[in-house]
Design a protein around this ligand. Structure first.
Ligand code: GRF
Length: 194
């Protein structure tokens, strides 16, 4: 399947997908990376891996719909089959989600349904949780609410700060995302049971 990756920043999860896809047998081929933020370091990483990288700065569009139409058009022009959101920090409207329903996945740095939204690590520490982790899920209209494809757990350790916990979770993200995306690809391409 042709993979499109949407990023806003660093792109380390994107890079974990690139590395997995070096294996010929991996079910998704990264074809296009789109960033919504100028200067997103991940754009340079994509080019270094030889993947086409495009900037579609949301600020230059009159509203969310116009931005998403540009995204959609670029993705369809590149014949993208499946989208992976990887640190993409824009909420997508029901219009865009509807166009890509069942073909778009996201990684979130918490054990959903716990802690949707931002500041997940600070909230997990504040709550005194003994475990944290990350989730890959299908994207649905509700933010961080879609069906779960896979999760990975890490301990919260005494003295953890949001940054130290984020670093531990990020290692788990890099292992989980390629695996869960491959599972998602198999769900799309599997012959229907009926
Ligand atoms: C990751 O922790 C991801 O789960 C969260 O934002 C971070 C993005 O990191 N949504 P990167 O851009 O993939 O390095």
């Amino acid at each position: 399947l042709n993979l499109g990756i949407l990023i806003s920043g660093r792109g380390s999860n994107m890079e974990s997908l690139f590395n997995a896809s070096i294996d010929e047998a991996y079910p998704a081929k990264p074809r296009l990376v789109i960033a919504n933020k100028e200067g997103a370091p991940g754009l340079e990483t994509a080019k270094r891996f030889g993947v086409e990288a495009a900037l579609i700065p949301h600020k230059q569009y009159k509203d969310r719909r116009a931005f998403e139409e540009a995204l959609h058009e670029t993705l369809t022009q590149h014949e993208i089959d499946i989208i992976a959101l990887a640190g993409f920090m824009r909420v997508l409207t029901p219009w865009f989600v509807g166009k890509w329903e069942g073909r778009m996945v996201n990684i979130h740095p918490s054990l959903l349904p716990a802690y949707p939204g931002l500041d997940t690590h600070a909230r997990a520490i504040e709550a005194g949780d003994s475990e944290a982790g990350c989730t890959v899920h299908w994207v649905s209209e509700g933010v961080d609410e879609g069906a779960i494809i896979g999760q990975s757990r890490v301990p919260v350790k005494a003295g953890d700060t949001p940054d130290s916990l984020a670093a531990r979770v990020l290692i788990a993200e890099h292992e989980l995302y390629p695996r869960a995306l491959a599972d998602a690809c198999r769900m799309i391409t599997a012959p229907s049971a009926r």
